[in-house]
Design a protein around this ligand. Structure first.
Ligand code: UDX
Length: 432
């Protein structure tokens, strides 16, 4: 099939590349000329494990192309994916100007029946808006389908190639058949393609992310209470995770969730509730708890230095919002660094992938180390913000020899408190 993907951000690029992998001819369209030039010359602007192999194979085979021209990109396309940004407005609602702008243009450009797919996370009712905007100018038949993505950064290629489920929102039988044909190669293991209305598909995406954000936040509150009552959240996690109704995953307490999806989507769903005169109390609490959870370790860190962090150098391990990504959007590390700098501390950081992004944001406000141990040099304490595997089993003798104080503040519960104590570390983690 001939497919167009409009928007070559994270979702668009992964979608386009993976769809080419199953033999489709995909043209990705982006207004950013510099980005398109890079992609045309084989440079992938994001870090995503495994994407390069698929990208190189499919560009070499001529199945994956890039252009800045929407007209050229959608020529003969049977399906047009919209993978455009939906940044939060000042009031938290998703800003649809990019999507609706492209919908206006598409109306003028389409010549034959085409399925237009909303891939971006968009508020309930957006598919209808997109349909209206295309219809204003269109002279041919078309359908608008909602097909939310559930890709996790860092494993996006795997998630796309072997999805737990595909959700398709459409009321058109014709579009349903085309979408089914497109996705059949991805559900060979028997995972379902779930069809529903456009509105339900849009809501499904928000419900999934809000549920997961709530699950994490619930565990974070359990962890906070564990600290008060002398229980260990790791044991609670194992104890409740063994119940198949609860499940083992997404129960890790820590310094809160970040990233480009959870914070934005929880906020947008809360706004949808408000707009519909529904008081979604849990979501409000989830947002408030997560905000305070992110910087929870600042207080014990301050206390360790008797309330004064001035001129103390804090080593920070991990800047990305989670491992296997260079994404620093809403990363807890950034909130912590901001506060540390405000309190007069110095920061020396290391992250395996995200340092360039932080350099662009913070410049020389902090120091950047070449390695995990390098960050400890002359540092007064260590703060851990991301659970990269390289931080999991350090040589603690080296750590102790480099740090001025044997003090570790661990926001991702990487080490055993008892072992740390035995080695003479002052060790603070979450909920243990
Ligand atoms: C998420 C959804 O998982 C994905 O389906 C959706 O399409 C986009 O948003 P992503 O943002 O890539 O994906 O990250 P994810 O792996 O889900 O983690 C989100 C945040 O939760 C991270 O900050 C992570 O550190 C945190 N987290 C996750 C926890 O604090 N504890 C956990 O147990 C799991």
């Amino acid at each position: 099939m001939k497919i167009a993907v409009v928007g070559t951000g994270y979702v668009g690029l992964v979608t386009g590349t993976c769809l080419a992998e199953t033999g489709n001819t995909v043209t990705c369209v982006d207004i950013n000329e510099e980005k398109v030039k890079k992609l045309q010359s084989g440079v992938i602007p994001i870090y995503e494990p495994g994407l390069d192999i698929l990208f190189n194979r499919n560009t070499a085979q001529g199945r994956l192309k890039f252009t800045t021209s929407l007209a050229e990109g959608i020529e003969e396309a049977k399906i047009i994916f919209l993978a455009l940004p939906t940044p939060p407005d000042e009031d938290g609602s998703a800003d649809l100007k990019y999507i609706l702008g492209v919908a206006d243009d598409l109306g003028k450009l389409i010549k034959n029946y085409v399925v237009v797919v909303d891939k971006s996370t968009v508020p309930v009712g957006t598919a209808e808006m997109v349909r209206e905007r295309i219809a204003k100018n269109a002279t041919c038949e078309f359908d608008v389908v909602s097909n939310p993505e559930f890709l996790r950064e860092g494993v996006a290629v795997e998630d796309f190639m072997k999805p737990d489920r595909i959700v398709i929102g459409t009321s058109s039988e014709k579009a349903k058949k085309i979408m089914e044909q497109l996705y059949l190669p991805f559900v060979r293991q028997g995972n379902p393609i779930i069809f529903m209305s456009e509105r339900s598909a849009e809501m499904t995406k928000y419900a999934a992310n809000a549920f997961l954000a709530t699950k994490i936040t619930f565990m974070n509150e359990i962890a906070n209470l564990c600290e008060k009552v002398g229980a260990n959240v790791d044991d609670i996690r194992r104890g409740i995770g063994a119940d198949s109704r609860i499940g083992k995953r997404f129960l890790f307490a820590g310094v809160g969730y970040g990233g480009s999806c959870f914070p934005k989507d929880v906020q947008a769903l809360a706004k949808t509730a408000e707009d519909n005169q529904y008081d979604f109390k849990i979501l409000k609490s989830v947002m408030a708890v997560n905000t305070s959870q992110k910087t929870k370790l600042i207080e014990p860190l301050k206390n360790y230095f008797s309330g004064n962090l001035k001129d103390k150098q804090i080593a920070v391990w991990g800047l990305a919002f989670k491992p296997y990504t260079d994404d620093i959007r809403e990363a807890p590390a950034l909130d912590n660094i901001r506060i540390l700098l405000e309190l007069g501390a110095k920061v020396r950081a290391y992250d395996p992938e995200a340092m360039n992004n932080v350099k662009q944001l913070l410049g020389d406000k902090i120091e950047y180390a070449e390695s995990p141990y390098g960050a400890l040099l002359n540092s007064d304490a260590l703060l851990i913000m991301t659970e990269w595997p390289v931080f999991r089993t350090p040589d603690f003798e080296v750590v102790a020899s480099l740090l001025k104080n044997k003090a570790i503040f661990d926001g991702r519960n990487l080490y055993e408190p008892k072992e740390m104590q035995e080695m003479g570390f002052y060790y603070v983690s979450i909920g243990r």
